[in-house]
Design a protein around this ligand. Structure first.
Ligand code: PMP
Length: 390
């Protein structure tokens, strides 16, 4: 991978930084206190003593692993509890958990779509959706990001007798923008398509109760499948689908990534369940998260730092060129701020960003410190001057 080698040679390689502490609003990197604004720990629950306590309890009660598939020996009462509560929370008849969010997408889409079907995919959907469609042997048709006219054009051109599934991220993982679910649902009805929403970045984030994109738009009944992950708001590892009992029944009996892979370990299932309970008991965390994201958005605008048009806790900051992005990343880290640089080919050339993302427990003092660091770095590295700084 050429940019990685070049970045290593220039001493600017920004990946695989090892944290010496847990995932929190501040972490230690190389012995240095660093504000974490590059995590998906949206509700700040990874270090919550109640979540950690539930994981320890499950570890002691059920041991360290399930040593097998849900299908055969690997189902615990705990998995059923988690699925029942999550299904109820999301207002669906049934729920099924998978080992990760990535495997959830592989497992759901490859099970319900086949050679005769079409999967209609927003161009900025997550990589796991792309891989899932390939695994399904269905025909992939993509529409321009968030372009509803293009979506309609694509749907119009699919033969009427074919199965159609529209799949979209609820909140797009890089841009932080929200999909146009009302229009997607309207077009799905018009062209007899089903709708699946990947709410990895929306559960615990959108909607008054944190139930995600469908709740945000009041469209909970109109989405056929809600998919999500435990690795972000729910402070664990694993993924899930929530849908009708019939669809879940089908997936759990045919999905190869589900059937032929070991189940979520006890500590992870318990921490996801505890996080889900805390989310339901403390919905104010969702409001805090939005308040914090808005504070940062306002701060960036005040400092004339160019950001993308997001309404969520993912705020992309434009840095444009690869090298400038790596330089800014290093300078921010030196000033104790951790962000995620996203460079070509992950984004089109010249459209690099720093993906910043926030946690419900960030303090005002941490946010101000992060904004000060951004101000200092962005003033010292104007777009045309990146080379001279190294
Ligand atoms: N979907 C989206 C939109 C994601 O952002 C991610 C994780 N980055 C996944 C699915 C995969 O989830 P996990 O990391 O739990 O495998």
């Amino acid at each position: 991978f050429v940019p990685a080698r070049e970045a290593q040679k220039a001493g600017l390689y920004p990946y695989f930084h090892a944290l010496e502490t847990g995932q929190d609003t501040e972490v230690l990197i190389g012995g240095k206190k660093t504000i974490m604004i590059g995590s998906n720990n949206y509700l700040g629950l990874t270090s919550d003593p109640r979540v950690v306590g539930a994981a320890i309890e499950a570890l002691e009660k059920y041991g360290s692993g399930c040593s097998g598939s849900r299908y055969l020996n690997g189902t615990l009462v705990l998995h059923h509890e988690l699925e029942n509560e999550l299904g109820r929370f999301l207002g669906k008849e049934a729920c099924l958990t998978f080992s990760t969010g990535f495997i959830s997408n592989l497992g759901i889409i490859s099970a319900i779509c086949g050679r005769n079907d079409y999967v209609v995919c927003d161009k900025e959907n997550h990589a796991s959706i792309y891989d899932a469609i390939r695994l399904s042997y269905a025909t992939m048709v993509r529409y321009e990001h968030d372009d509803m006219q293009d979506l309609e054009e694509v749907l119009k051109n699919i033969p009427e007798d074919k199965g159609k599934l529209i799949v979209t991220d609820g909140v797009f993982s890089m841009g932080g923008d929200i999909c146009n679910l009302p229009e997607i649902v309207r077009l799905a009805k018009k062209y007899n398509a089903r709708v699946m929403v990947d709410d990895a970045h929306a559960i615990g984030v959108l909607g008054a109760n944190g139930r995600g994109t469908a709740e945000h738009f009041g469209l909970e009944k109109e989405v056929d499948i809600i998919m999500g992950t435990f690795s972000k708001s729910l402070a664990s590892l694993g993924g899930y689908m929530a849908a009708s009992e019939n669809v879940v029944h089908y997936v759990k009996h045919v999905s190869r990534p589900f059937i032929f892979s070991a189940s979520i370990p006890p500590a992870n299932a318990a921490s996801a369940l505890k996080s889900l309970r805390i989310l339901q008991e403390e919905p104010e965390r969702v409001q805090n998260l939005m308040r914090i994201a808005n504070y940062m958005r306002d701060g960036f605008k005040r400092l004339n730092i160019p950001i993308g048009a997001s309404e969520t806790p993912i705020i992309p900051v434009f840095t444009y060129e690869n090298e400038r992005t790596f330089i800014i990343t290093r300078l921010l880290l030196e000033r104790g701020v951790f962000i995620n640089p996203v460079v070509a080919p992950a984004v089109p050339a010249g459209q690099c960003i720093l993906r910043t993302s926030y946690t419900a427990t960030h303090t005002e003092e941490q946010m101000n410190r992060a904004l000060d660091a951004f101000h200092e770095v962005f003033s010292s590295v104007p777009a045309h001057d990146a080379q001279t700084i190294v």
